[in-house]
Design a protein around this ligand. Structure first.
Ligand code: ADP
Ligand code: MG
Length: 380
């Protein structure tokens, strides 16, 4: 009974502590990529505090809309800060048989891959989280010598609702199943055991390079597919009753949230775009459903992504969505849509309030006379 009991214990603990299934939502604004743009147009979105930001109102450019999130990461925020505040706190749970997931959401070009993967000089959430897992395992091995830990990874992509194994490049669409303990499993998916961070690095880097190279060839593939890294920690008791707990951490670089049907900047209209990407659309419904918590059926089964994450979203799982946004006006509608998705179940905190100078011509110094926050007042 060991495995099953261990599962139950974990689930009961979670229920006992009345953990909610809410998905925490952080927003990260990336810096300007081109200083010239910054000078000539100024941003269409800016931070107001550690949890709030405002964006120009497209219906009336003299107004802005304010939003509140669990965390707002301004353009100066470092990779380390994003990791510490949004991701590090959930990692210990996967060493206790619980599941967790971290998503990067937002339009193509807004910084999802930078946030998740980062670069050699500025490593992102993925390498930091994996390092943290090994660090925690090392400490726990010392403190709890009656338990044995093993860490492993899988890496896959969901593209056109097909599940593809990134550690086995020639694989076909893999099925998603549920075992009798309600764990989600993918028979046939490569699972690689890892003994250290450098071991992880060895397996992950070539696989993620494969994906990037393929993306330039296959026209926007990386902006239309979800890349999902799974880190699994299995903890076994060395002595009877040999309890076993499995914790899973999903680190997900989601498909771009922009509406791919839209072409150019002419005739842009805000649409409810259910057809963008079934998995992304379903994820938004699932998050909405979990966060409003009105007891309705959570539509996990409606897409591959949410089906796969079913045991790691909601319930006793710990989830964080990092919505990446860009400051440039050319991203305006995609930013607006992404913020509304992120905020859907949290309400916009204010009615629009008047800003006098949003569309004022830029002055020579390149510093617009953006009215200071209090000058306009909240209008409420
Ligand atoms: P996405 O994956 O959402 O399409 P990327 O992560 O590829 O976007 O980011 C687009 C560009 O912006 C890349 O050149 C990336 O290095 C850069 N970038 C994104 N976020 C930041 C940031 N916070 N600081 C510095 N550069 C960033
Ligand atoms: Mg990307």
């Amino acid at each position: 009974w060991t495995s099953e009991m261990a599962q139950r214990v974990a689930v009961n603990d979670a229920a006992g502590s009345k953990r909610t299934a809410r998905v925490r939502v952080a927003v990260r604004l990336r810096p300007y990529m081109d200083k010239q743009d910054e000078k000539s147009e100024g941003p269409c979105v800016r931070g107001l505090g550690p949890q709030t930001l405002e964006i120009v109102n497209w219906r009336n450019a003299t107004e802005t809309l304010q939003y509140q999130f669990d965390v707002f990461h301004g353009e100066q925020t470092t990779q380390q800060e994003v990791f510490l505040s949004s991701v590090k706190p959930i990692i210990p749970h996967i060493l206790n048989g619980q599941n967790a997931s971290v998503f990067a959401y937002g339009p193509t070009g807004a910084g999802k891959t930078h946030t998740m993967l980062g670069s050699q000089e500025h490593p992102g959430v993925i390498p930091r989280a994996v390092r943290e897992v090994f660090q925690l395992v090392r400490t726990q091995v010392k403190d709890q010598d009656d338990w044995e830990f093993s860490v492993g990874m899988s890496y896959l992509e969901i593209y056109n609702e097909k599940v593809l194994d990134l550690l086995s490049p020639n694989s076909q669409d893999l099925p998603i199943r549920e075992d009798k303990d309600k764990n989600i499993i993918i028979p046939g998916l490569t699972h690689t055991s890892l003994s250290s961070f450098s071991d992880f690095h060895t397996h992950f880097v070539p696989a993620s390079l494969n994906r990037t190279t393929a993306s330039t060839k296959l026209n926007q593939r990386s902006s239309r597919s979800h890349a999902i890294l799974l880190i699994k920690v299995v903890k076994c008791q060395r002595v009877p009753p040999h309890r076993q707990q499995t914790g899973k951490l999903y680190l997900v670089d989601l498909a771009g949230s922009e509406d791919n049907r839209r072409t150019g900047n002419q005739g842009i209209r805000l649409k409810e775009s259910g057809a963008i990407n079934l998995s992304l659309f379903t994820l938004s419904k699932v998050v909405d459903c979990l966060n409003t918590g009105n007891g309705g059926r959570v539509p996990y089964r409606d897409s591959k992504l949410t089906r796969l994450l079913q045991d790691s979203l909601g319930g006793s799982a710990h989830s964080v969505m990092i919505t990446n946004i860009a400051p440039e006006y050319k991203y305006y509608f995609d930013t607006f849509t992404a913020l509304n998705f992120a905020a859907k179940s949290k309400q916009i905190i204010n009615r629009p309030f008047v800003r006098e100078t949003v569309m004022a011509p830029t002055n020579a110094a390149g510093k617009r006379s953006r009215e200071e926050q209090d000058a306009g007042g909240s209008g409420e």
